[in-house]
Design a binder for this molecule. Structure first.
Ligand code: 5GP
Length: 179
């Protein structure tokens, strides 16, 4: 597929469905972390809208950090190499970490991050992902809080980009080919 010929195709998950997903995930997370103050780690850039909606819905004591990793460049397939652009600066020893990811595809990005956080001494690490594309999985990853399974299509919107475009879209769209 020639990447310059991609165009917006169809809505895969509507704005209303996204709201219902976030509310369900927040209910599950609030229940499981009762009495604790988890450290939510947002994986930039794609998770920024999801994380912002999730924390407002959670309405419980928590802290937030961000990491920025890259494995895609400007294309639609993972390069397989994970680069840390911005790591966690503070001490995470004995912290209950909840990773907040936009989408798990091959699983390489999140598994790389989980290994790093384990090495830094986190007490627990769980994963909350808005979307999961299991068909491309290369490593075994357990998604503890999952928004929605999706087919093997490249998606944009609600924070997710294609070459830095489309993050502002309020729903999740699958990209298609230009006619
Ligand atoms: P993985 O390492 O699991 O293959 O890739 C995870 C990262 O790749 C995600 O955090 C996201 O940035 C990017 N990614 C994977 N699939 C898609 C997709 O369909 N659309 C967009 N916009 N990014 C994706």
């Amino acid at each position: 597929m020639k990447e310059q010929h991609l165009k917006l195709a169809r809505v895969l998950i509507s704005k209303e469905e996204l709201r219902a997903i976030v509310e369900r995930l927040a209910t599950e997370i609030r229940r499981d972390y009762q009495g604790r103050t988890p450290l939510l780690v947002g994986v930039l850039k794609g998770s920024f809208i999801f994380l912002a909606d999730l924390v407002r819905c959670l309405n419980m004591p928590l802290e937030i950090e961000f990491v920025r990793l890259a494995s895609y460049g400007a294309g639609t397939t993972s390069s397989g190499r994970v680069r840390v652009i911005q790591g966690i600066s503070g001490d995470i020893r004995h912290r209950d970490i909840l990773l907040v990811e936009d989408i798990v595809d091959t699983g390489l990005t999140i598994s790389h991050l989980m290994q790093t956080l384990h090495r830094k001494g986190a007490a627990s690490i769980r994963l909350c992902a808005l979307l999961d594309k299991p068909s491309q999985r290369k490593v075994d990853i357990k998604v503890d809080y999952l928004g929605s399974l999706i087919p093997d299509e490249f998606v944009v919107g609600y924070g997710l980009d294609y070459a830095e475009q489309y993050r502002y879209l309020p729903a999740i769209y699958a990209l298609g080919k230009e006619d």
